[in-house]
Design a protein around this ligand. Structure first.
Ligand SMILES: *[C@@H]1O[C@H](CO)[C@@H](O)[C@H](O)[C@H]1NC(C)=O
Ligand SMILES: *[C@@H]1O[C@H](CO)[C@@H](O)[C@H](O)[C@H]1NC(C)=O
Ligand SMILES: *[C@@H]1O[C@H](CO)[C@@H](O)[C@H](O)[C@H]1NC(C)=O
Ligand SMILES: *[C@@H]1O[C@H](CO)[C@@H](O)[C@H](O)[C@H]1NC(C)=O
Ligand SMILES: *[C@@H]1O[C@H](CO)[C@@H](O)[C@H](O)[C@H]1NC(C)=O
Ligand SMILES: *[C@@H]1O[C@H](CO)[C@@H](O)[C@H](O)[C@H]1NC(C)=O
Length: 495
């Protein structure tokens, strides 16, 4: 009772115009970060991709280098080294070879050592290889910077040919026999790659397992925000805050008022208004995309939403205040604390194209071939982002970071080549999550009409992005457990 009284008091004070320093964050957003992020957490453009976390490599897990061809479509282009991990603990000769790629981030020992994917490989007496995607982690052709011309070998087709080359000419030290069956595995963008490997190289790849794969390339990906709004019971409150409080200020052209708004979020260092607007939608997107239910932590979605119903005063201004406090608390909890942290995380101008890094490479890929621009949904009554987050914002980032790149991502070409929503995908098992915003671009979308065999798609109830790859835990929902059994049984039929 006391807490609520204090809270209401603080809010009333702030809303009526006095600037009182408050520390209501801990009461407002009782957020907890996950001990282990979903293996592919953080895959949406710009705000969702973090720097690779340094991880201690278990000494038992050997790291290898594969001598890969730089350009698969011309002769004598030279070679580069592609890193990979191998888990052969439960491998028996003749067992299937699971080829995993993390896609848009450097290889990490988690998947090959302790994940559902490693358990799956073990249960087939298979070998699990996790192969780094070109231009991520340490697997770069010899280039000095990530300028547009240097990125020309970063294409989906080149990446697929890397995997095909690896399967055709597996490293001798792995003792893989010629007749071994290969299963390609990936989550998120790497799930696309798994799907497309099976499609493009059916004689090399016997089966594929694609988790949360957004196989439809799309420029204006407004459905992302729509799905976030659908997952949040307080979406109306957040929408009101944007529509009636933040957006009128951002659109007013009043620099003083805009600066004050940025200061309210502790984000005054973000000079670009669109970077700022994008930054303040990062927490809700991240919470929904990485949502996990666990008895050990309060439900992250309910924690975000509770404060909006714990106050008596009901107004967009109150929602705007609560939301700003929540965003600040989230940034603090997730280690985005200093002005330098905030600039590094949210300012377009701080994306580094001078040195090798995953974020720049991924940006190049969606700017070039995939799109996935997470825009404000113009036709929706409810939205969790600002209306200034439009296609031009993302295209501007692309043009700024990679001058001379295509004027717009080659969406049509990508979908034509790989099938998109209407593709024909055989012996590919798909798992998606019904609250994952990316599901809108997967085979589980209402707009998808893929030609697939019966019973090859599973939608996890309450599932977020690539939930199924996490190591099985006793607290997993029934639906998540069923999904993993489904994957196993489906692969048994094909192997
Ligand atoms: C990779 O292969 C090429 C061509 O076969 C060879 O010239 C080169 O020395 C190899 N590099 C390494 C590091 O093994
Ligand atoms: C390989 O995967 C299995 C199954 O997850 C795991 O038990 C084993 O520890 C892994 N091996 C290594 C060397 O990490
Ligand atoms: C391949 O065979 C060699 C020699 O028998 C053995 O030392 C090595 O561990 C094997 N590699 C794998 C990945 O099983
Ligand atoms: C701009 O915003 C400031 C701060 O909110 C306000 O005091 C000022 O009157 C506004 N200026 C105009 C021209 O509306
Ligand atoms: C949030 O929305 C709910 C339902 O529309 C409403 O009852 C509540 O008062 C709102 N909260 C605030 C702070 O406006
Ligand atoms: C940030 O988090 C730390 C500990 O996690 C806490 O002590 C501190 O009060 C928080 N700061 C703000 C401004 O919320």
């Amino acid at each position: 009772m006391m807490k609520y009284f204090v809270l209401i008091f603080i809010i009333a004070t702030i809303v009526s115009g006095c600037s009182v320093k408050v520390n209501a964050a801990s009461i407002l957003f009782n957020l907890h970060t996950r001990s282990m992020q979903s293996p592919q957490a953080g895959t949406s453009p710009i705000t969702e991709v973090g720097p690779p976390q340094p991880t201690e490599v278990p000494s038992s897990l050997p790291l290898f280098y594969y001598n890969q061809t730089i350009d698969h479509f011309s002769k004598n282009s030279g070679n580069f080294l592609q890193r990979y991990y191998v888990n052969s603990t439960f491998y028996k000769e003749g067992g299937p070879i699971f080829l995993h790629t993390p896609g848009e981030s450097g290889i990490d020992p988690i998947i090959p050592t302790s994940s559902f994917v490693s358990d799956l490989a073990a249960s087939f007496n298979g070998m699990l290889i996790s192969l780094e995607h070109r231009f991520y982690g340490e697997s770069y052709p010899p280039i000095n910077d990530l300028s547009t011309p240097n990125m020309k070998f970063l294409t989906i087709d080149q990446a697929l040919s890397d995997f095909a080359n690896f399967i055709k000419y597996p490293p001798k030290e792995l003792n893989i026999t010629k007749d071994s069956k290969w299963v390609m595995v990936g989550g998120s963008y790497a799930g696309n790659l798994a799907t497309w490997m099976r499609k493009k190289f059916p004689t090399l790849v016997s089966a594929a397992y694609a988790s949360s794969a957004p196989i439809e390339a799309k420029l204006d990906f407004f459905e992302f925000d729509q799905r976030i709004a659908k997952a949040l019971p307080c979406a109306q409150n957040i929408s009101d805050a944007f529509r009636f409080v933040y957006d009128p200020i951002l659109l007013s052209g009043n620099e003083t008022a805009i600066l004050e708004l940025k200061q309210q979020f502790g984000l005054e260092m973000l000079e670009d208004n669109k970077d700022f607007a994008s930054a303040i939608s990062h927490p809700t997107a991240s919470i929904v995309q990485n949502y996990v239910q666990s008895p050990d932590i309060p439900d992250p979605i309910l924690s975000v939403c509770a404060p909006f119903s714990q106050v008596q005063s009901s107004s967009p201004e109150t929602s705007a205040f609560i939301y700003a406090e929540g965003v600040k608390a989230f940034l603090n909890l997730t280690g985005i604390i200093t002005p330098e942290d905030k600039l590094a995380k949210f300012a377009t101008t701080s994306i580094n194209t001078k040195e090798k890094n995953d974020l720049a490479s991924y940006t190049y890929q969606y700017c070039n071939e995939l799109g996935y621009y997470q825009t404000f949904p113009k036709s929706s009554p409810i939205s969790t982002r600002s209306q200034i987050i439009n296609i031009d914002y993302y295209q501007g980032q692309c043009d700024f970071l990679f001058p001379g790149i295509t004027s717009s991502p080659t969406i049509k070409k990508t979908n034509k080549k790989f099938g998109g929503f209407n593709g024909k995908f055989s012996k590919t098992v798909f798992v998606n999550g019904d609250i994952d915003p990316w599901t809108a671009l997967t085979v589980s979308s209402e707009s998808a009409n893929p030609k697939v065999e019966k019973d090859t798609i599973f939608l996890i109830k309450g599932g977020s992005h690539v939930t199924d790859f996490a190591p099985p835990s006793p607290s997993d929902s029934d639906s998540l457990q069923e999904a993993r059994v489904f994957v196993f049984n489906t692969l048994v039929k094909w192997l």
